[in-house]
Design a protein around this ligand. Structure first.
Ligand code: SF4
Ligand code: MSK
Length: 635
């Protein structure tokens, strides 16, 4: 294998070579074939919202069209397109929250035997926020009422979301003043689609204001609901050890991969895999046991609660199959490449799709129903075991690379970590920031993207942030990228942390990078920011905090939605590559400058990881100055 022919972590490089040797096309090959990507698309100035078009604005030719057939200019076209991206991304998270609510209600009613309420204290806190009576009632009765309230919030037409009330007063007043406080969850999505139809909302600023409302209904609505209910159903995470990268797959075991996002499925597979009957069957078939590992965010759901190893992030989903040792790949939805059944056809691997929302031609379809969750999971695992003898040993290749990682830091656990069990406070963190030991907090999140360096952007960025005393919180595939580099172990991370950050981490016993879970758990970052404001000394609104959100290798519309709910909540958000907006001058100005006057947050686009770090540090410094905090202690 030629050294460094491919970029990325060593397992990715190794498996890309194997794929090439087998003549299997992967995401990197297809990305190359798309180059150069369409300039109009990249700039956000093509529109096919009606049959007067499709239209495109031509910024390259002075005599080219500057308006669509209907008269829409570049700003309107880019704003409508962007609003549709935000909406699709939010819809995914919101629908995920709906799925959790459904499973939660069925569990409470005793109709989904494999599921149960495991965190009663969190249930009570959430129920009280939703105005559900808790005193003298069983957890099941509380949960049924809570589920109904949440379902009603999806269809709510007027008023305000419940969980957004967690935000500081100043921030909520800003949203009300701007008219972007979300009224319901589904209604904001529907209104966004209506507004972007030809000839409805023709003002880019108004379209963007609604974009923020939709995004807020995701972050403080659907995503936060998903996080809360997942904790209540499947246990609230606490830090635990596990392993990451393709080397977690085993030569002598039945390997089952779960891929997608909604833990209703993956958790049940993880549970059923330790069923003695199934382990016995695996042994009868010649395997030494059953390995369940995950891809993408569903991996992180079962990682943070059960310590299930992570086989890989988004870009590694195809490579995982190329190992030739995967007996079954079980998918639900989001970020699941349509190419998988075709790649699996080169091996004995069975691909099973399970969601009525997400069908994959070439896969088997087994609809997952919570009512029979455990039975279905068992049946799927049994089929995977029966497939083990079909493995073609000549095609087997597992890369060695794996790393340890620690994950499972929640808003609540950070309380405990900082204040001990008796003292519930974020104050030590705030003091660390105020005294100049910690510069600020950066959320390094999002996907991995073949247009970038397959994870390397994350690594370079994070090392630079740590060096400059920035505490890092992570979710999603960005976290997996850092895990693969060994950065999610306290020892490795300490190697790179500045002196001030090290002192705080040592004093409170936390690593300088906190893995908080999958993408929906970006809602934990929102609630942690609320706690920081609540602990005092760092301003009274979210916009005053020295925090920055960064998605260095974003690819999904969900990342756009997440970025927007942070911008609407007052944060600077940096994307490695711009979302399609640069062809529209006023829109570019709006997202990178003007929006700051409205919410305190804004966008920056920068591909170079060291420059990303510089923008982050400068932004934190300016927030520190505005708060009149002490200079950084050691720099
Ligand atoms: Fe063209 Fe306007 Fe129709 Fe878009 S909505 S395709 S810009 S005519
Ligand atoms: S899975 S949205 S590639 S983080 Fe959440 Fe990873 Fe991005 Fe999908």
């Amino acid at each position: 294998m030629a050294e460094n022919k491919f970029y990325g972590d060593s397992a990715t490089q190794e498996m890309r070579q194997v794929a090439e040797d087998l003549g299997i096309q992967t995401v990197w090959d297809r990305e190359l074939l798309q180059q150069p990507h369409c300039g109009f698309g990249l700039l956000g100035i093509c529109c096919k919202n009606c049959n007067l078009g499709p239209c495109r604005i031509d910024p390259f030719n002075p005599n080219g069209p500057k308006l669509g057939v209907c008269g829409a200019d570049a700003d309107v076209i880019a704003a409508r397109n962007l609003l549709r991206h935000i909406t699709a991304g939010s819809a995914c998270h919101n629908d995920h929250g709906r799925e959790l609510t459904k499973a939660f209600k069925l569990a409470a009613q005793g109709k989904a035997p494999g599921y149960q309420i495991t965190d009663e204290s969190k249930l009570k806190v959430l129920a009280q926020e939703y105005g559900v009576k808790v005193e003298g009632r069983s957890p099941q009765d509380i949960a049924v009422d809570l589920a109904d309230r949440i379902f009603a919030e999806y269809g709510q037409q007027e008023g305000e979301l419940v969980l957004i009330q967690r935000a500081p007063k100043k921030t909520k007043e800003m949203w009300r003043k701007l008219g972007i406080m979300p009224r319901g969850i589904d209604r904001e999505v529907v209104e966004a689609l209506a507004r972007t139809n030809m000839g409805v909302d023709n003002d880019y600023r108004s379209l963007m204001r609604h974009g923020m409302r939709v995004a807020l209904s995701d972050g403080w609505g659907g995503s936060m609901i998903a996080t809360e209910l997942t904790d209540i159903l499947f246990r609230s995470p606490r830090p635990l050890d596990s392993r990451v990268n393709l080397g977690v797959l085993k030569y002598d075991q039945v390997n089952i991969l779960v891929h997608g996002h909604v833990p209703v499925l993956s958790d049940m597979i993880a549970q059923a895999a330790s069923d003695p009957e199934l382990i016995k069957l695996a042994k009868e078939k010649g395997a030494s046991g059953i390995t369940v590992a995950g891809i993408c965010c569903t991996a992180l759901e079962v990682l943070i609660r059960r310590g299930v190893p992570v086989a890989g992030n988004f870009l590694q989903q195809e490579l995982a199959l190329v190992t030739g040792v995967v007996e079954m790949l079980i998918v639900d939805l989001q970020c699941v490449m349509p190419s998988l059944p075709n790649i699996a056809s080169n091996f004995h691997t069975k691909v099973v799709s399970t969601s009525p929302r997400a069908h994959f031609p070439g896969s088997e379809y087994v609809e997952f129903k919570e009512e029979q969750g455990y039975e279905i999971a068992k049946k799927l695992i049994q089929t995977a075991i029966e497939n083990y003898p079909n493995r073609n040993q000549e095609k087997v290749h597992i890369p060695r690379a794996t790393e340890n990682l620690i994950s499972g830091f929640t808003t609540e656990y950070i309380f405990e970590m900082l204040g001990g069990k008796t003292l519930s406070t974020y104050k030590p963190l705030n003091d660390g920031v105020a005294m100049g030991r910690i510069r600020g907090v950066a959320g390094v999140v999002g996907c991995d993207n073949p247009k970038m360096q397959s994870g390397e952007t994350h690594i370079k960025l994070i090392k630079e942030l740590l060096k400059n005393d920035v505490l890092v919180v992570q979710t999603g595939c960005a976290a997996t990228a850092c895990g693969k580099e060994g950065l999610l172990t306290p020892e490795t991370a300490f190697k790179y942390a500045g002196k001030g950050l090290q002192e705080i981490c040592e004093a409170v016993g936390c690593p300088p990078i906190l893995h908080m879970g999958p993408c929906v758990d970006n809602s934990r970052i929102l609630t942690a920011c609320c706690e920081i404001v609540g602990a005092g000394g760092l301003g009274v609104g979210l916009d005053e905090l020295p925090v920055v959100g960064i998605a260095p290798e974003w690819m999904s519309e969900k990342a756009i939605a997440i970025g927007w709910y942070f911008v609407a909540s007052g944060a600077l958000v940096i994307f490695g590559q711009p979302f399609p907006v640069y062809g529209a001058k006023n829109m570019t100005n709006f997202v990178t400058k003007e929006v700051e006057e409205l919410t305190g947050g804004k966008w920056a686009f920068e591909i170079d990881p060291l420059k990303m770090a510089k923008i982050t540090i400068e932004h934190m410094n300016s927030k520190r100055k505005a708060l009149n905090l002490k200079p950084m202690m050691y720099q």
